[in-house]
Write a protein that binds this ligand. Structure first.
Ligand SMILES: Cc1cc2nc3c(=O)[nH]c(=O)nc-3n(C[C@H](O)[C@H](O)[C@H](O)COP(=O)(O)OP(=O)(O)OC[C@H]3O[C@@H](n4cnc5c(N)ncnc54)[C@H](O)[C@@H]3O)c2cc1C
Length: 308
């Protein structure tokens, strides 16, 4: 985490005054893709901290920014986003975790499940329903607070990152640690999820690219009947880690720009911004240049017309 932070990979879009790089929205995607090429678990850390840092800065109070932003960007804090519950997955509005107003803040109770990084998280952004108003809000919860219990899942993938449950029994959260205005939490998180899905697509591309390169390396080295396996494939193989073809790269960038453009409104309009970016990136890769299956796999058929 510290190495990622020292290299500026955990708050890529943040202004430099907050320890970020002031980069555009495609930068965390490229960071996720390149780190995933080397190590998928590390890429998840890049993904999670960039998202959390962005949320802290854009919706957090001065107290939240003061407490959590620097640790997140510098790699001193592991961040989780806790929305899913045993009885509320796709239908996230069905959540039952509650936030009861008490003097100086809130008490959170309920169970979150399938939360990535829950076992090691230092801080979690937790979505819960305010008991008095019924509004759904997001809260920044210090994972060392009394009343929290965690359970680690036996997870077949991302074992180094970990996934698990968070049980909350009247966990106190200061009033300054509710994100945005009351009732904005659901929209905030779902809007951010649109971006997170793009970042996950980038990570998957990095992993797929690595798998492709390892396969190419193998079929070039493995000998059969006196010749490498690649000899029998009947087609040329791309060079290992070949740079994107310039035209493909430009096309990918255009697609991703559409994704970024649509970001603030995508969820509200039921759009699918993330898959547009993903399709663009896929179409820019050597060896996977935009055949119809790439669009089917990542949903690129839903690509909207270009923004004005
Ligand atoms: C590896 C991994 C990491 C995760 N990390 C996190 C995390 O960090 N934080 C977090 O909050 N959550 C996390 N989740 C939870 C994830 O967000 C939920 O799994 C997801 O919201 C789906 O919920 P569910 O599993 O309860 O499935 P369900 O909602 O029960 O859906 C089951 C199936 O039915 C389909 N379905 C549901 N409703 C409809 C509908 N109306 N029309 C058509 N089909 C439908 C779904 O597509 C799915 O195929 C993670 C999950 C996984 C697998």
């Amino acid at each position: 985490m510290k190495v990622l932070g020292d290299n500026g990979l955990l708050g890529v879009c943040l202004p430099e005054e907050y320890g970020g790089r002031g980069a555009g929205l495609d930068a965390p995607g490229i960071a996720c893709e390149e780190v995933a090429y080397a190590d998928a678990a590390c890429a998840y850390r890049v993904f999670a901290n960039n998202v959390a840092a962005d949320l802290f800065l854009t919706t957090g109070s001065p107290e939240v920014i003061d407490r959590w932003l620097a640790p997140t960007v510098e790699g001193r804090a592991v961040c989780a986003i806790a929305l899913t519950e045993p009885g509320a997955g796709s239908d996230a509005r069905g959540l039952t975790s509650k936030a009861v107003p008490v003097e100086g803040g809130w008490e959170l109770s309920g169970e979150k499940t399938s939360i990535t990084q829950a076992p090691d998280a230092d801080v979690a952004i937790v979505v819960a329903r305010e008991s008095d108003s019924g509004r759904i809000s997001a809260f920044v919860m210090d994972m060392d607070s009394p009343g929290i219990a965690r359970q680690r899942f036996e997870d077949p993938g991302f074992r180094a990152v970990g996934r698990g449950s968070i049980m909350m029994d009247r966990v106190f959260v200061p009033s300054t640690h509710r994100m945005g205005e009351g009732g904005q939490g659901f929209a905030l998180i779902m809007q951010e999820f649109d971006l997170t899905r793009t970042l996950i697509a980038y990570m998957i591309l990095g992993i797929a690219h690595r798998a492709l390169d390892l396969t190419i390396e193998h079929v070039r080295r493995r000998m059969s009947f006196g010749k490498p396996l690649s000899h029998y494939l009947g087609r040329d193989l791309p060079d290992r880690r070949a740079p994107d073809p310039p035209r493909g790269r430009a096309r990918a960038r255009r697609r991703h720009a559409r994704c970024a453009f649509r970001r603030p409104t995508a969820h509200g309009r039921g759009g699918n911004a993330q898959v547009v970016g993903a399709a663009g990136r896929l179409q820019g890769r050597p060896g996977v240049r935009g055949p119809p299956w790439t669009r089917r796999v990542v949903g690129g058929n839903a690509a909207p017309s270009a923004p004005a």
